[in-house]
Design a protein around this ligand. Structure first.
Ligand SMILES: [Zn+2]
Length: 352
């Protein structure tokens, strides 16, 4: 079959929902409509894998494609991992998944369905999302990209000149959410992180994870604020802040300004190691359906203004900090792109 008909499929295996996306051999997206199904993790890991294969079949049928055209599959899954392709104990998955070799199981399920071996690559979901955002932002260039997506946690990825993420040796590369924040510059105290570290992980100061604590501190000095009298629990109060900020609530804006400063400092720290041209900011605060343009502009401007003084002059002139563009598509599309890039490197290798 001619290469023009080849497709690369991405499976985004989330803890609750799994999605399928695909790209053609030239990296263009098959469809911006994702196929989405419950992961069904309560049924156990083998059932989840069978469900992923069934979803690919469904996706192929929907787009008039068949298994003969599938040249590679990428799988985006949440960490942590024991080693490549093997889940470790995770707060988001049933205990049966700990130690499950998803790479081996999915590889054999794909081979059985396709009637031949289909190469599979596995990666951290945040890294896979970064690959798709990077391809989008850098276009035809080979500039490098860091992606920071604050949400319930802080998703971080670094994408190199070949378009591939830094995975590290245990798929824990670029877990930059758990690097320490420069607390002296933020005037903040070290707060414990969900990861167990107490050195003041950046994630705590930039995401929903630490927001209830930051808010509680703030309400002590603002006892008349509407949230101080709210019947909501601390997490619900924190979730209310995004809406309040859109209406110009001063306390809410101050908290997001603080988070933006913390993220700006992290951009500068990471630039010392990574030196990327592009910084893509994703996550819930950049979601055009949840926040206003004014809010997003303000947040990005503070990140820029905070980072810039710490950069080298050449970086200051060159670095561009932009909002993420792909939303829910990014993980499945990124996984499909990684499968494509690996297939290109296989076919260009003289040993092959
Ligand atoms: Zn941490």
């Amino acid at each position: 079959m001619s290469a023009e008909r080849h497709v690369y499929i991405g499976t985004d295996g989330g803890a609750t929902t799994s999605k399928v996306g695909g790209v053609w051999h030239d990296g263009t997206v098959v469809s911006t409509r994702l196929l989405q199904r419950p992961t069904g993790s309560a049924l156990g890991p083998q059932a989840v894998v069978a469900g992923w294969v069934a979803s690919i079949t469904e996706y192929l049928t929907e787009h008039g494609l068949d298994w003969d055209q599938v040249e590679g599959v990428g799988l985006a899954i949440p960490g942590p991992f024991q080693r490549y392709g093997v889940f470790d104990k995770s707060p988001n998955l049933p205990a049966a998944f700990a130690g499950f070799d998803v790479h081996t199981a999915y590889t054999s399920a794909l081979a059985e369905r396709a009637g031949r071996a289909v190469p599979l690559v596995v990666g951290n979901d945040g890294n896979m999302a970064g690959v798709a955002e990077a391809q989008h932002v850098r276009g035809g260039t080979n500039a490098t990209v860091m992606v920071l997506a604050p949400g319930s946690g802080l998703g971080c990825a670094y994408v190199d000149r070949h378009g591939l993420p830094m995975d590290g040796d245990t798929l824990a590369g670029m877990e930059a959410a758990h690097m320490p924040a420069p607390l002296h510059l933020l005037g903040a105290r070290p707060l414990a992180c969900g990861c167990g570290r107490t050195w003041g992980c950046v994630e705590v100061y930039t995401t929903l994870s630490g927001l209830p604590t930051l808010l509680a501190d703030k309400l002590e000095t603002n006892p008349d604020h509407e949230l101080a009298r709210s019947p909501l629990d601390p997490k619900q109060r924190a979730l209310a802040l995004r809406g309040l900020a859109q209406k110009g609530d001063t306390l809410a804006l101050e908290l997001f300004d603080f988070q933006a400063r913390a993220l700006g400092l992290h951009v500068a720290s990471l630039a010392m190691a990574l030196d990327t041209e592009f910084v893509v900011i994703g996550g819930g605060l950049m979601d055009p359906e949840s926040t206003s343009q004014t809010f997003r502009d303000r947040y990005l401007q503070i990140i820029r203004d905070t980072a810039l003084p710490y950069l080298w002059p050449a970086q200051r002139a060159r670095m561009s900090i932009v909002p993420a563009a792909l939303g829910d598509l990014s993980q499945a599309i990124g996984a499909a792109l990684v499968a494509l890039y690996y297939s290109r490197s296989r076919s260009s290798s003289p040993a092959n």
